[in-house]
Design a protein around this ligand. Sequence first.
Ligand code: GDP
Ligand code: MG
Length: 675
Amino acid sequence: MKASSDLRNIGIFAHVDAGKTTLTEQMLLLGGAIRKAGSVDRGTAHTDSLPVEQRRGISVQAACVSLHWNGVRINLIDTPGHADFASEIERSLWALDGAILIVSAADGVEPQTELLFQTLKRQSLPCVIFINKTDREGADVPRTMAEIRKRLTRDAALLPVSPAAADAAVPDSSAASAPSAQGAAGFTSAELHSALIDALSSRDDELMETWLETGDVPDSRLLASAETLSGQGFFHPVLCGSALRGQGVTELLDAVVRFLPSPDMAEVPARSEVNPLCGVIFGVTPPSALGRGAWVRLFSGALRNRDSVQSGSGTPLKITQIRDVDGTDTGALDTGQIGLVYGLTGAVTGQILGNPSKLPRSVDPGSMAKPLMTVQAIPDRPEELDSLYKAFLELAAEDPLLGVRFLRDVRELHIQVMGRIHLEILAEIIKNRFGLEVSFGKPSVIYKETIASEAIGSAVYTMPKPCWAILHFRLKPGPRGSGITYRSRVSFRDIPERYQHQVEQALPTALAQGRLGWEVTDLEITLEEGNYHHIHTHPLDFIVATPWGIQDGLRNGGSTLLEPLLEIRFLLPADSVGKVMGDIVLMRGEVKDSSDDGDRTILTASVPAAECLDYSERLAALTGGRGSMAAKLCGYRECPPEKGAVQPRRGVDPLDTSKYILAARSALEGGIFDA
Ligand code: GDP
Ligand code: MG
């Protein structure tokens, strides 16, 4: 197996407009991958390849490019910054070993930067921080550095010398102190030197000792300590410069090679003689002549052309082509590498290849953010409804969080999206890629529901023969955020194990929509009583009876509507604080915390999602663009009935018993259970 210490898989993360795409261009230029830097402002950036990205100057898709620096190959993923594209950010994390987080020296640490940093921390991804836009008027590196240490992490410091300095292996610090771009930061190198000692000594006892004994630590020793600690994610080297002018980018590339881990260092599971296949599909390309391409990161094992891989459905699939990030047909993918693999028919983003136990991080679509809005998609030409449905299904294979639902009875198409910008971009993609014109109905928040009070739900499925499944469930409201719990008090004598297993299998379908039409949550289910019949019970009877018994219980107990609640962090200029606080109350929200940060105020509030879908635009207008906010889901709470929405039931209602039994029997696979 080829060593992968000469490889880095790195993502670039930041708030919108901090300079991710511009920095990527500069790195590609320095790394010799392109001859001339493209420009976001002129729509020629190499990673903004979609027409909508070029026209709007924003990135909506994660883009993978590659360059070489000092003999090391760097695969770079430029991610979108807007919160509506969180699912793109999340899935690029699956492929990475390290990250660059950009903070603008002119705007400082934005609420969205805090959220991104927390996500990187949660995933234990080592990260270097780049303070960009030092050329801008109002740029203030010391202030930005103070904000980083106060609001992101104490484990961060600007480097006093170029990261490449100690590669010369000069032990003496004065000789190693090659002048660095950090000089422009407004600190003397002595100040940077002692700040670095300060940041590292709390994590490195030996360094602390040297410092206490001798009163100083050589730069080369500091860099060595920074290297170890940052590879483990315990320290974040900070660099600064201007992506637009190409300043500080050389040092940043040196830092990536030096401080961010190579795949074999990042690999958590110990290597053994058996090296089973383990990879994740972190993206899927639109179908081409070669079929869909799957972006694969391999954590263990290797793939070759003509290898067979088990698909999700168990059928072996033959790999037809493997390309590297540059598009070169390599025919091979080894441990640690990222590549584009063809032949995996039916590949969807988030699919795991091989043995999941070798994954260093969990692959759980939606753990960072889930869609909170549902909306009806309406084709401008009604006869194109089926084509529109197909188009959205194709997009859903690329984005596992894009929920697509087709209500057959009423012939309505509904999709679940992250927000309004996401919706606008989808309309453009549908038009450019599929030639379809689509408009959208009024968006609704995605609610949940629970049972109002304890109740028994029964299904007595003994007619029309042959059949026999009797179930009595006790349903109890669970604590908020507890989800669904299930247990059975029925013996295997009354209902054999395989049928009890069917009851459990049928629960997700049974709970997908409650009496108000929303997903049911916070419910404790106990199977109290029931029985089967050794002659009459048909193999699938308990699958048919479960939704019926559950829905009966939900009807008996009554329903409570739950609405998603967001935690919003605001960063506000002083003159807008009063106005925003007033708006929070009007939005049925609550201020949780407020603190001053220099001339700005940080407010934390919880607000129902339904009330604040547009608030970032209003905030921008209110503050002349000087205020910003970032929101994350913090749970669900009871919603006043007059504020909420009921959703029409999809498919046949199990309480419409005779119709339901007919439908269930005739269409067990496909029909009612996944309406
Ligand atoms: P992204 O949204 O993070 O990808 O940011 P972009 O790379 O699209 O940059 C957003 C805007 O900031 C563009 O107008 C860039 O030209 C500008 N920009 C990026 N880096 C710098 C910089 O270092 N200095 C200045 N003055 N402008 C920059
Ligand atoms: Mg961009």
